[in-house]
Structure formats: C-alpha cells, structure tokens
Design a protein around this ligand. Sequence first.
Ligand code: NAD
Length: 353
Amino acid sequence: MNTGYECFQNKKILITGDTGFKGSWLAYWLHHLGAVVYGFALPPEREYDHYAASGLEKLIHHTDGDIREFSQIRDFMEKIQPEFVFHLAAQPLVRKSYNEPKLTFDTNVGGTVNILEAVRLTLSVKVLIAVTSDKCYKNKEWCWGYRENDELGGKDPYSASKATAELVYSAYQDSFFNARQQFGAASVRAGNVIGGGDWSTDRIVPDCIRALQNNKPIELRNPHATRPWQHVLEPLSGYLLLASCMYENPKKFQGSYNFGPESREMHTVHDVAKELISFWGVGEIKITKRDTDHPEAGLLHLNCDKAHHFLGWYPKWGFEKTVEQTANWYKSVKGGERAESVTRKQIIEYMES
Ligand SMILES: NC(=O)c1ccc[n+]([C@@H]2O[C@H](COP(=O)([O-])OP(=O)(O)OC[C@H]3O[C@@H](n4cnc5c(N)ncnc54)[C@H](O)[C@@H]3O)[C@@H](O)[C@H]2O)c1
C-alpha cells in the first residue's frame, strides 16, 4: 500500500499551527519521517500542551507569529523557501466562535487568505494542504455523509469561517494555482479528532480527562450528539498521503478531500465518555443542562469515497482502538512516561498497523 511516507525525507516543510493539537502531532510525525520541519504559530497556550510536552521545540524550527499579519508569514516563507506547506493554524472552537466571532473570522478567513497569498508569491512551494473542517458543509442533519461537492455553509461563526476558507481556497485554485506548473493544492475536511495531549477547553476528551484526573464526574451537555470521531493520526495520514501524491502528480490529485471514519464508527459523546472511563478504570458521568444559547449540530458525517478511490486511503483504527490509544496516552504520561516517547510509540504503531 502506498503511504507516501518516504517522500518527506530531507524536505523543507512549513506547518502553520504547529503549537496546536493536530499541528504538533503532524510536526512530530514529519520529523520522525526525516523532514526538516518549520513551524509558524502563536506560542503554545499551556506548558503541558502536546507541543511542549513532546519536546518539539528541540526537534523543529519554530517561530512565533500571527497569520493575521501578512508581512510576518510572507517574510517567513520567503526566508525558509519550503516545498510543502500544511496550513492548520486556526481558531478551531465552535463555542469560542460565539464569544469571539471577529477573532474567528480574522484568523480562519483573513489568515487563510494571507497563507494562500504567501504561497502564491513563494515559488519554492510545490504542495499546499489547507486544513478546513467537516463543519464547512451546510449541515442538513441528515443521515447521509457529505461529499466534497455538497453545498458549503455554516450557522455558527466557526462553521461559516471554515466554509468561507473553502471559498478562498477555491478562488485561489481557479484563479492562480491551476495554471502554476509543478504545484498542487488541496483543501482537506476532517471531523472531530481525538488523541493524547489535547488540553483545549470545550472538547470532549480534555474535559473528560480533567474530570477523571480530579476524581470528578464527567459533565456532558449534549450526550446524544453524534460525531465522526477519529484518532488524530487518521486524518494526518490522509494529509501526508495526499501531499505525497500531489508532489508526484499535482494536477491529478489536487482538489478537496474528506478524511473521516467509516460510517459504522459514528458514536455519541456519551459513548466516548463511557469508553474513556472503561480504559481509565474508574469514573462517572453526569448529564447537565443543555446549552441552548450555543446550539451545536446533532448529526454530521463525511463520505470519504473520494479518498478511498483516488488515494487508496482508509482509516486504520476503529472507535475502540482510537479511544484506547487516547486514554493510554494520558494514563502513561500521568504515570511518569515521557510524552515524547508515548507519542513516538503511537506513531510507529499506527504506521505499522
Ligand atoms: N481538533 C479537531 O477535532 C478538528 C476538527 C476539524 C478541523 N480541525 C482543524 O484542524 C486545525 C488544527 O486544529 P487543532 O485542533 O490542532 O487546534 P488547536 O487549537 O489545538 O491549534 C490551533 C493552532 O493554530 C494556531 N493559531 C491560532 N491563531 C493563530 C494566529 N492568529 N496566528 C498563528 N497561529 C495561530 C495556534 O497557535 C495553534 O498552534 C484547525 O484548522 C481546525 O479548524 C480540527
């Protein structure tokens, strides 16, 4: 099976959002594959975030910067001359987007414009992966998976910002990137990812782990919401495979792709909490009052036929394994194992599975 992993050896790769949850796992993985990794992001929010805990600052070339400032990202790209750009920096939280809509649009839309414009002006770049979200689709709360050519939309500021980022990508693709030789760009849409080292607020796994570590009940506001949960390594494997395919044959593979779990792996928030407790060994769940001021979509899932068919990409870890790996990461680190070593072991296990 083509994994594309060997493509990244000694390549200069820029990751925006490397201090965040997904970006830090991607940076660690690319470093493990022999890439020369550069990161551009705001500083990590917490000293125990995955970026800091996994010792990334010693392994990659990180620069603190703000994607809302065009000159900063333009100058950085000009200086390092990357061949690959993975754009992950964003304000990624739905609830925060209700409280800070302008920040969300400035970062997710304005920031994406700045990244794509900098890529347009930096001719060393051969491959661009722009990360948006499954929430870019107009959510009709139906049982069918969304396909890449379904309607975009979003009722809350976060979803709308990601749908708009998709339009920005599409305009750059049609207006500039299609005509650029030896260059491929793609937008990628994944669902709710879980895994070790995420300590964000208002996310199910960090909320559960905080409760379990403090011997408190896990409070669930929206227990029946169904999400396409997947381990963080799953969509990242899709991004890596797509990037390697575009490096070889950009015009054949460019475009938009969904990377989600099998539809039978759709589970509720309650299922995640229950499964985490079973791997943690102890814990309880308390259902609290539903937040009606900040409604969240109940049902959303992705159709990934395009990634299966064109890339041969399939998820490897089912729901149980995903939650097990996630719980193990937090348990091992709490038990004294170095985060860096747990992350490395999980990446190797994923690559070998
Ligand atoms: N985590 C998920 O379940 C999920 C699901 C779908 C899509 N996504 C998308 O994946 C990407 C990464 O998400 P994550 O979960 O790792 O988020 P995260 O909050 O853990 O990380 C966000 C990163 O963006 C950086 N950032 C934010 N504002 C910035 C700015 N103005 N300038 C520079 N850097 C800035 C942060 O410093 C951090 O490195 C985002 O684009 C997000 O929308 C995440």
